[in-house]
Design a protein around this ligand. Structure first.
Ligand SMILES: [Zn+2]
Ligand SMILES: [Zn+2]
Length: 378
């Protein structure tokens, strides 16, 4: 790699010299420039006004003598760009001289004072290898040049390493099923998420690609739908799955133990209303469909006559619950109904949807007079 690093040697009428460089060092007293053999560089030499300079010659470089023409010039200064390849042929720790000789247009030597020592050093610092674990990254054995800062696999500096090469990735955890979770046998970490290792005997949810997958004894659940016990986001409970994947929905769903009220994918054991699924509306008791229920219960849509736990929407008549007897039409209590209605026990006076057992006397309905005793037509 031919990286160009400019080193400024400002030749001010054979007087002062200044050097600016990154990790390189220049000692003004001994006129020694310290470099390493890992990078090719370009020396930038600035001299006085253009009229004075035609070329400079560098002797003693690894590439042999080099003659450079001005690369730019102005009334105030002249700039020479001189390739200098310390990486080519320079022995470790060797020293050699670069002499800048410069002439005017008439080839008259203007001075030989610009002689420098370039010292090539090979100062490698070793970093010992550190093994990666399942909780921390490691690194290989490598060497870092104190001059250019580059990293190498070998102390000779032949095999360069990128910063990426300096890190070895964490090793995999070794997951072992631990109840409804996994435990790493190496570091003790516990998870149910993104497990890529051993899954034998695991029963519970594992998070993969943003989804919670349910496993039974290490195998992904194959049921089209189910209500299963597990832990999601640290919360343990009964969850609804479709094709093995946690599904955040609100419905009534069944498992081997019954039908359950699901809210946002999780069984709500406090639910006592009438929930809905694709098959109908169902009376629930403590989150479970109560197929023995035959009363009148309510949900957010009203009060409903239930038969064997289900709203049939077909029942019209007078039905009872713990609060009284009620007139229902298509299974729904009609609180705005006033009139007569019948069931298998007789015909009744209904006031605001409810049988009025206190009614006695004449009752006129549909232009007909009836006699009523304790709410019942006699
Ligand atoms: Zn170096
Ligand atoms: Zn681990």
């Amino acid at each position: 790699m031919n990286k160009l690093i400019s080193v400024f040697l400002a030749l001010l009428m054979l007087l002062g010299i200044s050097v600016s460089a990154l990790a390189w060092t220049y000692d003004a007293d001994s006129k020694t420039l310290t470099v390493c053999p890992h990078e090719d560089i370009t020396l930038t030499v600035e001299g006085p006004a253009a009229a004075s300079f035609a070329q400079i010659t560098v002797t003693g470089s690894a590439e042999g003598n080099t003659t450079a023409k001005p690369s730019s010039a102005s009334d105030s200064k002249t700039v020479f760009k001189v390739p200098f390849s310390a990486s080519k042929g320079a022995a470790d720790g060797s020293a050699f001289k670069v002499t800048f000789q410069y002439y005017d247009a008439d080839k008259q030597d203007l001075g030989k004072d610009a002689t420098y020592t370039v010292r090539v050093v090979d100062n490698m610092k070793q970093t010992a290898a550190v093994a990666a674990t399942c909780t921390s990254v490691g690194n290989p054995n490598y060497y870092t040049c104190s001059i250019c800062g580059k990293h190498f696999a070998d102390v000779a500096g032949k095999q360069a390493l990128s910063s990426k090469d300096l890190v070895t990735e964490k090793t995999d955890h070794h997951w072992v099923a631990n109840g409804v979770q996994f435990k790493c046998s190496l570091c003790g970490a516990i998870t149910t998420e993104n497990v890529s290792g051993k899954t034998d005997n695991f029963t519970g949810f594992m998070k993969k690609d943003g989804k919670y997958i349910y496993y039974v004894n290490g195998n992904r659940s194959s049921a089209s739908s189910d209500v299963v016990y597990g832990t999601i986001n640290g919360s343990t409970g009964w969850y609804y799955i479709e094709k093995g994947v946690f599904t955040k929905t609100t419905t009534i769903a069944k498992n081997a133990h019954g039908w359950w009220r699901i809210e946002n994918g999780k069984v709500n054991f406090k639910y006592n209303g009438i929930g809905h699924n694709g098959y109908g509306w169902w009376k629930c008791k403590n989150g479970k469909v109560d197929f023995s229920y035959n009363g009148i219960a309510h949900n957010e849509n009203g009060w409903w006559k239930c038969s064997n736990g289900r709203v049939t929407f077909k029942e019209t008549g007078v039905y009872k619950n713990e609060n009284g007897w009620w007139f229902c039409e298509h299974s729904k209590v009609k609180f705005n109904y006033n009139g007569l209605a019948s069931n298998q026990f007789g015909t009744w006076v209904i006031k605001n949807g409810k049988v009025n057992f206190k009614y006695n006397g004449k009752y006129r309905y549909n232009k007909v007079n009836f006699t009523v005793k304790n709410g019942k037509v006699v």
